[in-house]
Design a binder for this molecule. Structure first.
Ligand SMILES: [Zn+2]
Ligand SMILES: [Zn+2]
Length: 285
């Protein structure tokens, strides 16, 4: 059984529609794929309608969170939530707040770029986001099309970098609160790419222990941005805390080079994950 538990469609910052993503997953020989768009469940309905026979879809989401260390600035962390109740009121309210934050953040970045003479317009980017979440990848593509930068990577390395004067910080959920919301909604919270140093500052083992105290149930271990040493460390930590371990591609369509199914989840770990969920059901035959 081949299981990929972390992918993004065009509902957030991927390039495939949910239907295209599922046919890509089936063509790649996957048996199970989780749809985990950022801060929204808007892809769940289209995924249920478009699911190819034989493919199991795990409804999920990747929540934008923060860890607040005692002695340093906050660290951005991502929390995967699986099979939670999408209508749980407190969780719905928090997702709405995050989407609003992200919209206004994108707008502030674009308005500042335009004010300095860069040929980008907020309305044009918003129109092309198809009503989903507007993230920095959307702005990056607009900058590429306007000829300001040569590629999406180039945009992230320069104008959209967190040290760029155009950077606007996010007001994300405290990760312990995020874990509590996923659990309250009957879902399974898994800490995403927790040691991927290439993505920025990472939290230490103490933070992960605190997340376990808050109700964390799993660690994403086999992720394209983790080195072999980082995977070993996380696997040991999972054993110490009695956590599930998962693997995924973090597929984003053509926005990133990683193919779907690049890393996968052990079937036994997958079975334990779905057994721990009570909030919603798998989409399957
Ligand atoms: Zn992530
Ligand atoms: Zn992701």
């Amino acid at each position: 059984m081949r299981i990929d538990l972390h992918t993004h469609s065009s509902v957030s910052d991927g390039t495939d529609s949910p239907a295209e993503l599922l046919s890509t997953a089936a063509a790649a020989g996957l048996d199970v794929v989780a749809l985990t768009d950022h801060d929204t469940t808007a892809g769940w309905g289209p995924a249920a309608e478009a699911r190819p026979a034989g493919l199991t879809v795990v409804p999920g989401m990747e929540l934008s969170c923060r860890w607040f260390p005692d002695d340093q600035p906050p660290i951005s962390v991502h929390l995967l939530g699986y099979l939670f109740d999408p209508l749980h009121a407190a969780f719905v309210a928090e997702r709405a707040r995050l989407r609003e934050e992200r919209l206004s953040r994108g707008e502030r970045i674009v308005v500042a770029l335009a004010a300095d003479g860069h040929p980008v317009a907020w309305e044009a980017i918003l129109e092309r986001s198809a009503g989903g979440v507007v993230g920095r990848p959307h702005i990056a593509r607009a900058l590429v099309e306007a000829g300001v930068v040569s590629s999406v990577d180039d945009a992230f390395a320069t104008l959209l970098h967190h040290r760029s004067p155009y950077y606007v910080a996010k007001a994300d959920t405290d990760v312990r609160e995020g874990i509590g919301l996923v659990r309250a909604a009957g879902g399974v919270p898994v800490f995403a790419h927790g040691m991927a140093r290439s993505r920025g500052r990472v939290v230490g083992d103490g933070a992960i222990a605190a997340m376990v105290d808050a109700g964390l149930l799993g660690l994403e271990v086999d992720h394209p941005d983790h080195t072999a040493e980082e995977r070993d460390h996380l696997r040991n930590l999972a054993a110490v805390h009695g956590l599930l371990t998962t693997g995924s591609s973090d597929y984003h369509g053509t926005n990133k080079r990683t193919p779907i199914g690049a890393c996968t989840t052990d079937p036994g770990q997958y079975e334990a994950l779905i057994a721990a969920a009570t909030g919603s059901t798998l989409l399957s035959d």
